[in-house]
Design a protein around this ligand. Structure first.
Ligand code: FAD
Length: 401
C-alpha cells in the first residue's frame, strides 16, 4: 500500500498551509496554542473566512457548496488546519446536521438551513443524549406527540455542548412509544427560541461551561421541521454518528501540542539545565512521538482504503483512530503537567487567606491553562461514543467476535 502523497497532493498541502499561515487570525491561533477557551465570535470569524474562500464545507456535495476534494485532500486539509493551529469548525452544523439534511431533508430544509450552516449564521447543537441514554441511545425518552400541524415535545437532553449559544437544536425524539425502541424515533429540528425550552449549564471539572442540560416543556414544533420520515430517525442518527468519527484522531492537534510541549520544556529548568535536555523526559516525548507516527500511518491507511472505495461505508478501523487518538491527546496533557509540576495547580495560584504559611508557588503565566486543559481532555475518551463502545465495535466488526 502506497501511503505517500502524489506531487499534486503535496502542491495542495502547500497551498492549504500557505492559506492557513496568512488567514488564521493571530489572536485565535495564540489562544489555541496556549490552551485558552475560544469565544463564540472566534469560531464565527474563522468559519466566515473559510466560507469566503469556498472551504467552509469541503466534504459536502459540490451542488451544496462542497469542493469535490478526494478523501486524501480532505485529510490534508483537516490536518493542516489542526496544525496551524486554527479552530475546528463547529461540528454540529457542518459535520452532523448538514449532511443529514443533504441526505434526508426536503428541498425547503436544504434551502433554509444549508447556506446558513456554511456561514455559521445559525449555531446548532446536538440533542441526542439524555440522562440514562448515552451509550444506549436508542432507549431515549423525550417524546414528540403529533397535534395537527405541530409536534409537542416533552423531555430532557443532557451534555448538550454549547447549547447556551445555539439558535437551533437537532433532536432525536420518540414518536411511537409502542414500537421497538429503534423504530419509534424521529429526527426533529427545533428553534431554540421556542417557548418551553430551558437551558441549564453543567459546570465541568476544569471550571468551564461547555455542556448543558436542555429541558422541553410542551414545546410546539412545526411538523415541517421533521427530517425525512416519521419513525425513521434512528437510521439518520446512525448516518450522523458515523460522520462524527471523521477526523476524530485529531493528529494535527496532537502534533501542534507536542510542538508547544517542546517549547515549554526548553524554558523550564531541571537541576540547572533545560528540561528538554533531560534524558528521562526526552524518552517520554519520544514514546509519544512514535505512537503518534504509528497513529498517522493508521489514519493514512484508512484514508487510502477510502481512496480505493469503501462503498461509502464508515471504516470500522476509525474506532481504532478514536481510541488511540484520544489516549494520545490525554497523554500529551499529562506530560505538559510534568513540565511545570506544582505551578500547574490552579488552587495554589488563587489568592487565599492562609497568611503566609502556605505561600503559593508563582509559576509562569502560561502554566495556568495546563491543569484545566488536563482535566478538560478527560472528555475525549467519552464523547463521540466512549472508548469502551469503540472496543465493542472493533470486537464485532474487525475481529468478528
Ligand atoms: C464533553 C462532552 C460533550 C458532549 N456533548 C454532547 C452533545 O453535544 N450532544 C449529545 O447528545 N451528547 C453529548 N455528549 C454525551 C456523550 O455522547 C455521552 O456521554 C456518551 O455517549 C456516553 O454516554 P453516558 O454519558 O450516558 O455514559 P454511559 O453510557 O452511562 O456509560 C457509562 C460507562 O459505562 C460504559 N459502557 C456503557 N455501555 C457499555 C457497553 N455496552 N460495553 C462496555 N462499556 C459500556 C461506558 O464506556 C462508560 O465508561 C457529550 C459528552 C461529553 C463528555
Amino acid at each position: 500500500m502506497d501511503l505517500r502523497f502524489t506531487p499534486e497532493e503535496i502542491a495542495f498541502r502547500d497551498e492549504v498551509r500557505a492559506f492557513m499561515r496568512e488567514h488564521v487570525p493571530d489572536k485565535i491561533s495564540r489562544k489555541i496554542v496556549e490552551g485558552r477557551r475560544l469565544a463564540k465570535s472566534d469560531l464565527i470569524d474563522w468559519q466566515r473566512i473559510l466560507n469566503k474562500k469556498g472551504w467552509a464545507v469541503p466534504h459536502w456535495p459540490q451542488a451544496c457548496g462542497g469542493t469535490g476534494w478526494s478523501s486524501v485532500k480532505l485529510y490534508i486539509f483537516r490536518d493542516e488546519m489542526q496544525q496551524a493551529p486554527a479552530p475546528e469548525p463547529l461540528p454540529f452544523g457542518v459535520n452532523m446536521v448538514g449532511p443529514v439534511i443533504i441526505a434526508f431533508g426536503n428541498e425547503a430544509q436544504k434551502k433554509q438551513f444549508l447556506p446558513r450552516i456554511a456561514n455559521l449564521d445559525d449555531w446548532w447543537c446536538q440533542g441526542f443524549s439524555e440522562p440514562g441514554s448515552g451509550s444506549d441511545l436508542a432507549s431515549l425518552k423525550t417524546s414528540a406527540k403529533r397535534d395537527g400541524n405541530t409536534y409537542v415535545v416533552n423531555g430532557q437532553k443532557t451534555w448538550t455542548t454549547l447549547a447556551q449559544y445555539a439558535d437551533w437544536i437537532f433532536c432525536l425524539v420518540r414518536t411511537d412509544p409502542a414500537a421497538k425502541k429503534q423504530e419509534g424515533i424521529s429526527f426533529l429540528l427545533v428553534d431554540m427560541k421556542t417557548p418551553g425550552i430551558t437551558v441549564r449549564p453543567i459546570q465541568t471539572i476544569d471550571g468551564g461551561r461547555e455542556v448543558n442540560e436542555v429541558f422541553f416543556d410542551d414545546v410546539r414544533v412545526p411538523a415541517e421541521n421533521l427530517v425525512g420520515q416519521e419513525n425513521k430517525g434512528w437510521d439518520y442518527a446512525k448516518f450522523l454518528l458515523s460522520n462524527e468519527r471523521t477526523g476524530i484522531a485529531r493528529i494535527g492537534i496532537s502534533k501542534a501540542r507536542l510542538r508547544r510541549l517542546k517549547e515549554l520544556a526548553a524554558l523550564e529548568q531541571a537541576d540547572g539545565t533545560p528540561l528538554i535536555e533531560d534524558q528521562a523526559f526526552r524518552r517520554k516525548i519520544a514514546a509519544i512521538e512514535v505512537e503518534l507516527k504509528a497513529l498517522e500511518m493508521t489514519q493514512l491507511r484508512v484514508v487510502a482504503a477510502d481512496r480505493r472505495g469503501n462503498n461509502g461505508k464508515p471504516d470500522p478501523a476509525s474506532s481504532i483512530l478514536k481510541i488511540k487518538g484520544s489516549e494520545l491527546q490525554q497523554a500529551i496533557t499529562e506530560l505538559l503537567l510534568e513540565v511545570v509540576g506544582p505551578y500547574a495547580l490552579p488552587e495554589q495560584r488563587a489568592g487565599d487567606d492562609s497568611e503566609g504559611w502556605n505561600e503559593p508557588p508563582v509559576g509562569p503565566e502560561w502554566a495556568e491553562t495546563l491543569a484545566p486543559n488536563y482535566f478538560n481532555m478527560r472528555k475525549v475518551s467519552i464523547y463521540g461514543g466512549t472508548n469502551e463502545i469503540q472496543k465493542n465495535i472493533i470486537a464485532k466488526a474487525i475481529l468478528g467476535l
